[in-house]
Design a protein around this ligand. Structure first.
Ligand code: CTP
Length: 399
């Protein structure tokens, strides 16, 4: 189990609505995040999508029947609700919301919900008039008063052709909301500043010096810090990656721009992750116009850039600084050297052959206590483990 400290179990309830098709993709996303998904469908849901789809995607038999013979004690609702860390009903129809608001329990999903000991999230999906219907709005208020979280609905074009409030949230948004429930908010109230990606040092208007950093590790760390409740500022060189949800992203090109953006964002920062592959040299002059080719050898004069990490670490009251060392050889030696030279408490080292541009990586953490290898895995998983290590070092529990 790489991603979450322990495997999480969720009951995904599906009720009757055309948006039920989106629940299939949500199931896939949850499973990819290594969440165990027990799907429970109402009879009406089975009219829109088939249990076979969800069985294939979740890898578990789908439950639809209160009297399911496969459950030894014939109490599927108790079994399912006791195993769940969370119940999400998506889509939640107006009828199902009314049932929960009234405490009705007459099928497997409603009895599971009634018997729960875990949080319940409802993601409504219905026609805009149904959503606005006074009875439905009364139910919404009742559900909220009962401590049930409603996710959405979103506004926009509806399957019925009308436009308005009542759309099911997109599966990615639902996934994000579910994972938020599982991650300890250990960085709540903290500010995390990160640099990520390559820099681009212009030679002329069309050419420049850059490197093959994809930005994936920095973006994964930004996302993990955001999930952990931090205020996140991500200063990013040119990458093709979408901005991580809930993070303030400042796009820069050159090392000098990255330094200026870091300086501006630094006040109040608790943790500074220097993940960017910053150019060590920049052209001494940038040509205003495109350089023309010739036959003589061409010489480019380069000037060293400021080491942003060392510069921040040298401040009178620096944030807790985390450096990265991507090396092609002698990883331990170079990483430890960088840690001491830049005067920082932690360096995350990796071999470029195993990391550059890839979704997976293999990293070793170097701190005053020594080297701590992490099991290889997706960068998103590693990011959470790095963050847990950083948290323990930067904010040790009071003695
Ligand atoms: N770094 C930085 N500013 C620079 C250069 C590096 O903030 N101008 C940071 C990187 O973000 C990383 C760490 O310093 O956290 C190490 O970067 P790396 O490129 O691996 O090493 P360098 O210090 O540049 O040394 P070398 O290129 O000789 O390996």
């Amino acid at each position: 189990m790489n991603q979450l400290a322990q495997q999480r179990h969720i009951v995904l309830g599906i009720t009757g609505g055309v948006a039920a098709y989106k629940a299939a993709y949500l199931t896939r996303l949850l499973v990819k995040e290594q969440v165990a998904v027990q799907v429970i469908m109402t009879q009406a849901a089975c009219g829109f999508v088939t249990p076979a789809t969800f069985q294939a995607l979740s890898g578990r038999p789908v439950l639809t029947d209160l009297w399911d013979e496969r459950i030894p004690n014939r109490m599927a609702h108790i079994e399912s609700s006791r195993q769940a860390d969370l119940i999400l009903v998506a889509p939640a129809s107006a009828d199902f919301m009314a049932k929960v608001a009234a405490g009705l329990a007459d099928d497997l999903l409603s009895t599971t919900v009634a018997a729960r000991q875990c949080p319940l999230l409802l993601a409504p999906a219905m026609n805009r008039e149904m959503w606005q219907n006074p009875a439905n709005q009364r139910n919404v208020r009742q559900l909220e008063a009962d401590g049930i979280a409603l996710l959405g609905p979103a506004s926009g074009e509806q399957a019925c052709g009308e436009v308005g409030e009542g759309r099911l949230l997109e599966p990615e948004e639902l996934l994000y909301q579910v994972l938020r429930q599982f991650h300890p908010q250990r960085l709540a109230g903290r500010k995390v500043l990160l640099t990520a990606g390559p820099t681009f040092e212009a030679i002329d208007p069309v050419r420049g010096i850059t490197n093959s950093s994809s930005g994936k590790m920095g973006y994964a760390l930004a996302q993990a810090a955001q999930e952990a409740g931090a205020e996140v500022v991500l200063i990013s060189g040119p990458t093709a990656l979408p901005a991580p949800r809930g993070c303030a992203r400042i796009a820069v090109q050159s090392a000098a721009q990255m330094l200026a953006a870091v300086e501006e964002a630094l006040p109040g920062t608790d943790l500074f992750f220097a993940v960017a592959a910053v150019a060590d040299y920049t052209p001494s002059a940038t040509s205003e116009h495109k350089l023309k080719k010739g036959h003589a050898p061409f010489q480019l004069t380069l000037t060293p850039t400021v080491d942003i990490l060392a510069h921040v670490a040298a401040k009178p009251t620096p944030p807790f600084c985390i450096g990265f060392a991507a090396e092609s050889q002698h990883l331990a030696e170079y990483a430890e050297l960088k840690r001491r030279q830049k005067n920082i408490p932690l360096v995350v080292g990796n071999l470029v052959q195993r990391a550059l541009g890839r979704d997976d990586s293999e990293v070793i953490l170097f701190d005053a206590q020594g080297a701590h290898p992490l099991p290889p895995g997706p960068k998103t998983h590693l990011a959470r483990q790095i963050l847990a290590h950083v948290h323990a070092l930067a904010f040790p529990p009071a003695p």
